[in-house]
Design a protein around this ligand. Structure first.
Ligand SMILES: [Zn+2]
Length: 463
């Protein structure tokens, strides 16, 4: 695990010295990743980060061409698929298997969220290595995962082995703003490309570690919550602020929102989430019914969001001058609903708790999530579980646990085609690094990156 004393000490290390440092580590890897493969993977990620695919506007065609060149240099045919426009393209390549089983898609998104260079310690688009970590926007979300997939894809190609399934490498535009100009178009207009696919492996959960950086469990997300964005507005009389109005638009909206937030949606445990929490308690050697465990969950925003529908107050807008009571007050809520929550009932519950009929509630965005089977006997779970066992020979394997995530990815588009889609990145991520995704100073420890490539090769081989 990263030690805070060293965290920001700038130390440029040449690639060769890093590789030498990692040679000894490679002995413990399940699928061996040679120094040459690792060096290549580090260079691929560094160069990929340098391709600025900040969305908006995206410019993902630059990334698609970059990936196409790597594929071509390994003799792998690829196709560039323009989505909304030529500058927003996807890239796809197929590594044929022996045809015994249906194909598996390795999905990634090419775009990244914006990064403000002045906020960062190192240039977010330089792909530099400092203190054994590769820095840059997308290092974790998700150019890093894309390169883990691609490195495994190339290693399997070079091994000359034919797996039971074709592997489809697919990188798409526009995930970070909802996928309407990327995955949605592919699924609607190019679904023939994926007609033989049974599985999809995408970004999502990863390997949670303890305080010492030791893996606790491998979390595989099989379901995402549904997105529901609501706008609330209150109207009233404008007036001079020297003569207060008890029922001004501002006052009514603030009171109503306070009632809503004071009465959050109740806990509702999906059977899979209950199973996840039981496993978590077992790992921590604590009773799942103990107050200490329940308290630790309530203090963990990620885990508590898996246990209920959630409401976040995000935008609040009203007023333009200190001495004027405005005629309108406006707010936006980002709600995330667990699979199975009825949207209309949820909205009715919100209105009831606002307890003010004069406040208008309007839907801004509603996305229906979906889920894939969380059956541990399913081939994907078995493949990941076997990879976990290979990862720690001679020791009890790290448990593999299905999880529901509160965020949304492109997986939901592919689930509509009947493709079983899972979010799992075989890389250890601690809380410090998790916070850098969509934040500042995003980076991936190279040691973890190397292990992840080995694990990805194992998973795909097992599958
Ligand atoms: Zn992402």
């Amino acid at each position: 695990m990263y030690r805070s004393g060293l965290r920001y000490k700038t130390l440029k290390i040449s690639l060769t010295s890093i590789l030498l440092g990692f040679t000894a580590q490679s002995i413990a890897l399940a699928a061996p990743v040679s120094d040459i493969e690792f060096e290549r993977a580090v260079k691929m990620l560094s160069d990929y980060i340098k391709v600025d695919t900040t969305n908006p506007p995206g410019n993902e065609a630059l990334g698609a061409v970059f990936l196409g060149k790597i594929l071509a240099s390994h003799g792998i045919p690829y196709q560039i698929i323009p989505c909304k426009s030529a500058d927003r393209s996807a890239v796809m390549a197929r590594l044929p298997g022996n045809g015994k089983k249906k194909a598996c898609i390795l999905l990634s998104h090419i775009d990244v969220v914006p990064a403000q260079k002045s906020d960062w310690i190192h240039d977010p688009f330089a792909g530099e290595i400092h203190d054994g970590e590769l820095w840059g926007r997308g290092a974790l979300d998700m150019k890093g995962m894309a390169m883990i997939q691609l490195a495994a894809f190339l290693s399997i190609k070079e091994s000359g082995k034919h797996l039971d399934r074709d592997l489809i490498f697919l990188a798409t535009p526009d995930e970070e703003t909802g996928g309407e100009q990327g995955a949605q178009i592919l699924v609607k207009e190019h679904q023939a490309l994926f007609k033989d696919a049974e599985y999809l492996l995408n970004e999502g959960f990863s390997i949670e570690v303890d305080e010492q950086g030791k893996p606790k469990y491998w979390g595989v997300d099989f379901a995402e919550k549904n997105v529901l964005w609501l706008a609330l507005s209150a109207k009233g009389l404008a007036g001079h602020a020297s003569m207060p109005q008890a029922n001004s638009a501002n006052n009514r909206l603030v009171r109503a929102i306070a009632r809503l937030l004071d009465d959050p949606p109740p806990q509702r445990l999906l059977p899979e989430v209950e199973q996840y929490l039981t496993t978590l308690a077992k790992i921590q050697n604590i009773s799942p019914d103990s107050d200490a465990f329940k308290k630790s969950l309530s203090l963990d925003p990620l885990k508590s969001s898996m246990m209920r529908d959630t409401i976040s107050l995000t935008n609040l807008k009203a007023g333009y001058k200190t001495n004027v009571i405005p005629a309108e007050a406006y707010a936006e809520l980002d709600c995330r609903l667990l699979p199975g929550t009825d949207r209309e009932e949820f909205i009715a519950g919100i209105k009831k708790r606002l307890a003010d009929d004069s406040i208008q509630v309007k839907i801004l965005e509603s996305e229906t999530g979906n889920q894939s089977p969380a059956d541990k006997e399913d081939a994907m779970f078995r493949a990941i579980t076997k990879a976990s066992a290979l990862d720690s020979p001679g020791q009890p394997p790290c448990p593999v646990v299905p999880v529901v995530v509160p965020w949304s990815t492109d997986s939901h588009y592919f689930r509509t085609l009947g493709i079983k889609s899972y979010g799992f990145e075989p890389v250890e991520v601690d809380a410090d690094h998790l916070a850098t995704m969509h934040g500042k100073n995003e980076r991936i420890p190279l040691q973890a990156y190397r292990r992840a490539i080995g694990r990805m090769i194992d998973i795909l081989t097992n599958l």
